[in-house]
Design a protein around this ligand. Sequence first.
Ligand code: GAR
Length: 218
Amino acid sequence: MGSYILNIGVLASGRGSNFQAIIDSIESGYLKARIVVLITDNPEAYALERAKRHGIPYLVIKPKEFSDKDSYYSHIAKELKARNVGLVVLAGFMRVVGRAIIKEFPNKIMNIHPALLPSFPGFHGQKQAVDYDVKISGCTVHFVDEGVDTGPIIIQSAVPVYHDDTEESLSERILKQEHKIFPFAIKLFSEGRISVEGRKVIVNADRDESVIINPKVG
Ligand code: GAR
C-alpha cells in the first residue's frame, strides 16, 4: 500500500467553517489527508485564525497585487504545485477561479456550493432559493471547470425550505449538510473512489451514501 497521503490546498475568503470541518475530519482520523496550505484573498478572513490555531501554513494573496486574473491564478497554482498539492479545495472562496489554475489541476479542484446545482449558481445561492420559493434546496460538491458552478457534480445533499425561512435560517440548515458532504467528498477522492468521464462522476460508494436526502433536517 505504501504511505501515500493526499496533500490538500484550501482556498477560502471568509469565516472558514467548511475549512474547519475539513480540519476536524483530519484530526479525528476520518479523513487521511494533510492540509499543506491555506490561501486567502482576504487578510481579514477568519479562516486565517483557524489556520494559525491548527498550525497550518497560510498565504494571503490579493488579486490587487497582480496585473490580471491569469497572473493571479498562475501565481496561486505555482504556490500549490510547490507544495505538491493533489487536491485544491474551494471552501467559501468567493471568486470565480481562472483558467490558469484549472488547467494545472484538471478535475482536482473541488468547490462547495450552497444550492442544488444547476439551480441557483453564483453568489447567494440560499437567498436565490428563498426568493424563488423552492421547497427543496441543499448543497453541491462539484469539480471546478471554467464556468460558474457548472463543473461535474460529485455529491449533493437536500434539505427542505420552509415558507417562513429567511436567507439566514436556510443558510444555517444547508451549512450543517455542507460540513458533512464536503469532508465526505474529499475522503472519497483521497481513497481513489471518484472517477470522472466527461461530466459524469462515478462514485464508488453505496448508492444511499452518494445521494443524501434529508427530509427531516432542522
Ligand atoms: C458556504 O455556505 C459555501 O457554500 C458558500 O459560502 C459559505 C462559506 O462559508 N460558498 C459560495 O457561496 C461559493 N459561491 P464558510 O466560510 O463558513 O465555509
